[in-house]
Design a protein. Structure first.
Length: 370
């Protein structure tokens, strides 16, 4: 096992490692792949075990994310499907097999690792109206259906913590079904800051394996703070006009100045917009400034707006740049974020990604015990 997997030094690498230099290979499928955070962690773990990576299939509906995935993993990628997963997986666990599913099954035999990050918006704490009832929640079961069809050796399914409160008890339903077809299942709650990712992000991971594994992550525990991972790019915005290295324009200059002029990290209510100023609110981190010697708050698509969270840079009078947000998410500099049509799409792609170190640790454990 590699305690230093996806280290802070790795984050600064500008040249992608050779992920296809070995004779043996790890066969990977990534459903709801996004731009490829889970895949990146998995192939890094494979490399550390002297295995090349064969990405048999990636599925992603968002064109910008799919294009980003393809650009970064073309060297290992066999097939990418930019479309609705329901075109490939038409039924649910236990159903009869459709023609589309037969085709999927025939093309995806011998999968070692299945990765999946099904849409989490239905479970998000930000989604107060339809939380736990969103129809997208059933997409989780499409992952379980793939497992039923293709029998991968090891499965990682990532989601927000609130999936535990899904109205349909999707976690229990999934675990029961997987155990019924021979898998050992474990539900993990991963607090990223505990494992050297400089971000207070909490994720639920359901892990399934055809072999009983010890999934203790104790050996990977470490500490990392913002200064460890973004100090070297702190002034990139002063020397670049590239969207990736520049913050969004803001109308909150006076509020940002107040934080620095008074050396505080939280904006008083009387300086907030009326929606906060005149009534109690539950958003204390909004309009806040990050701390240089602490991990970041969870990166969301609003990381460019101080009203969306604690996203003001600790030492500079601006919000985070996409480059800084990508580093905080755990993406190294060699990973290319260039396939986007608008700044908003870029921010969404970065925020929706899964920190690569999560899958790297789990795949490392799997390969160590294989």
């Amino acid at each position: 096992m590699r305690k230093d997997i996806c280290s802070n030094e790795w984050l600064t690498n500008k040249v992608m490692p050779d992920y296809n230099q070995f004779t043996g290979s790890l066969n990977i499928v990534d459903l709801f792949s996004g731009c490829g955070g889970l895949t990146l962690g998995a192939i890094e773990a494979a490399k550390n075990h002297h295995l090349s990576s064969n990405i048999k299939l990636a599925v992603e509906m968002n064109p910008d994310a799919a294009n980003t995935y393809q650009k970064n993993f073309y060297h290992s990628l066999s097939t990418i499907f930019n479309g609705n997963i329901e075109e490939l997986i038409t039924n649910y666990p236990g159903d009869n097999i459709s023609e589309a599913e037969l085709a999927l099954k025939s093309k995806n035999a011998n999968v070692d690792v299945l990765l999946a990050g099904p849409p989490c918006q239905g479970h998000s704490r930000l989604n107060n109206h339809t939380r736990s009832k969103d129809p997208r929640n059933k997409l989780y079961l499409k992952v379980i259906r793939f497992v039923e069809l293709c029998k991968p050796q090891f499965v990682i399914i990532e989601n927000v913590l609130n999936i535990k409160h899904d109205e349909g008890n999707v976690l229990t339903e999934s675990a029961d079904f997987l155990e019924g077809i021979g898998y050992s299942v474990e539900n993990l709650v991963i607090k990223t800051a505990k494992y050297g990712i400089a971000q207070n992000r909490v994720r639920h991971i359901q892990v399934a394996s055809l072999k009983q594994l010890d999934l203790s992550l104790t050996d990977y525990e470490s500490t990392s703070v913002l200064s460890d991972i973004i100090a070297d790019i702190i002034d990139n915005s002063e020397h670049s006009k590239d969207t990736f290295d520049t913050p969004s324009k803001t109308k909150n200059t006076e509020r940002i100045d107040y934080l620095f002029d008074n050396d505080v990290y939280d904006l008083p209510n009387n300086l907030r917009p009326d929606c906060h100023k005149y009534k109690d609110h539950t958003y204390p981190t909004s309009y806040g400034r990050l701390k240089w010697d602490k991990p970041s708050t969870t990166i969301t698509r609003g990381f460019s707006t101080m009203g969306q969270g604690r996203f003001v840079h600790p030492l500079r009078r601006r919000t985070l740049t996409p480059h800084e947000a990508a580093r905080i998410q755990g993406f190294p500099d060699f990973f290319g974020f260039t396939e986007y049509k608008t700044r908003g799409n870029l921010h969404l792609m970065i925020a929706n990604a899964v920190p690569p170190k999560i899958s790297a640790m789990l795949v490392d454990l799997y390969l160590h015990q294989k």
